[in-house]
Design a protein around this ligand. Structure first.
Ligand code: ZN
Length: 426
């Protein structure tokens, strides 16, 4: 493969393969001048590519009598060396020139530890002909799909090199794309769509792929840990993602988040028009919701959603009227989408602060639109409520009003209950 305009006259660079993996230094990455291997203290980037593109195999030796000499197209070496040089890396690790050629123990060892080179490299540069033909700069939100569909991705994935990489840069038609600085996936919706496009190929690998696409380091983490990092990295997510039908995580601050993040429902509507929740560093989700009192009037309007797994016992008790704490709960409706027939049930706790904190209980279906029953737009934090006391006899609605009054002081009027909604969110 060439990256020059005149392949016919393109020169080749010769590398002395006998130097690679030299027992003294063990070095395998070449200095960007192409003349020596890197020294131990010199940093290098790793090239990850698709062999089928012709970027893998060195060219047949011009001088067959010297089997230690390896030749590659000069333009290709320069092409790979440039990003290294631009970022102050001394060398590149490229399997075409960085693996011992003789089929001896050194080569075996080098091949067996190839993936470690991606971990050692300060940066991995991804080169794939398919991606080189995709332009994404104008719409970076959609870079995930070409990456996930690229031949490189399938291969890199099976080669286990991708999860090891510290930092990944993809080369697209219109430039380099830094997986760290500008995450390929900046929102959960796009992640769901991207992963869905390859869903059948990977199953247990999905959390790791999801982590990589969102620029989250994944090594040594469990799936829920990866998902927690992703959510924190996204910082803001549409509230609709909280209207899922799963059991929340076993981590209190992430109680609203399903163990498998990929089971959250896609948010419907234009991204800029969606109600969003801010994710705190511990994972708690703070958002403004339309709040509906959960009482004997609204209770019959709710129904349990079908669950593949075990039913949500707390919701079951609330819906059947056997819960003794129903008044401590609130129904949360999406702030903008008034046609959404789903609501989150939360249990409000006494935080003894001017903020309203609650515990995620689950999602219910609405038999009818409850818009008129909404008593206001209220900002609440769904997260870790351990250490906070129960409301006891005070209802959630009374508590919310009390906190609201405390916060507003005397300068504003009262929050009205009942069918009329309070205008502005607070
Ligand atoms: Zn060339």
């Amino acid at each position: 493969m060439h990256h020059c305009d005149s392949p016919a006259s393109c020169e080749q660079i010769e590398f002395d393969n006998s130097l690679v993996c030299n027992p003294t230094t063990g070095a395998t990455a070449w200095h960007i001048d192409g003349k020596r291997l890197v020294y131990e203290n010199e940093k290098f980037i790793a090239i990850s590519h698709t062999w089928a593109d012709g970027t893998g195999a060195p060219i047949d030796h011009k001088n067959a009598s010297d089997p230690d000499k390896v030749h590659v197209n000069k333009c290709l070496f320069s092409y790979f060396a440039k990003p290294a040089k631009d970022r102050d890396f001394a060398g590149i690790w490229w399997d075409a020139i960085s693996l011992p050629k003789n089929n001896g123990p050194l080569r075996k060892q080098a091949v067996a530890t190839m993936h470690e080179m991606y971990a050692k490299a300060g940066l991995t540069l991804v080169h794939d002909r398919f991606l080189l033909e995709c332009a994404v700069r104008d719409d970076m939100e959609f870079a995930a799909r070409p990456i996930i569909l690229s031949p490189w991705f399938s291969r890199a994935w099976t080669a286990l090199e991708l999860p090891k990489c510290k930092k990944v840069i993809f080369i697209f038609k219109d430039g380099e794309f830094d997986l760290d600085d500008e995450n390929v996936v900046a929102n959960l919706n796009e992640l769901l769509i991207a992963l869905n496009s390859r869903h059948s190929t990977y199953t247990s690998d999905l959390p790791i792929i999801a982590g990589l696409l969102t620029g989250v380091s994944v090594e040594g983490l469990t799936s829920p840990e990866i998902y927690q990092r992703i959510v924190r990295a996204l910082k803001r997510i549409p509230c609709q993602h909280l209207l899922h039908n799963e059991i929340g995580m076993d981590v209190k601050s992430f109680c609203w988040c399903p163990s498998n993040l990929l089971t959250v429902p896609k948010a419907l509507g234009r991204p800029e028009l969606l109600a969003k929740a801010d994710i705190a560093s511990d994972g708690a989700a703070a958002a403004v919701w339309r709040v509906v009192d959960l009482n004997e009037t609204t209770r019959p309007e709710l129904e349990q959603r079908e669950r593949a797994q075990s039913p949500n016992i707390e919701i079951g008790a609330i819906l059947t009227g056997t819960s003794t704490t129903i008044t401590q709960h609130l129904l949360l409706l999406d702030l903008y989408d008034r046609n959404l027939k789903k609501a989150v049930i939360v249990k409000v706790k006494n935080s003894r602060t001017s903020e309203i904190h609650c515990q995620y209980i689950g999602t219910v279906r609405l038999k009818r639109i409850l818009e008129d029953d909404s008593f206001g737009a209220v900002k609440l934090t769904i997260g870790d409520t351990s250490g906070m006391s129960e409301l006891g006899q005070e209802t959630a609605v009374d508590y919310v009003q009390r906190v609201w009054k405390l916060r507003q002081g005397k300068k504003q009027g009262k929050l009205r209950l009942g069918p009329k909604r309070v205008g502005s969110g607070w």
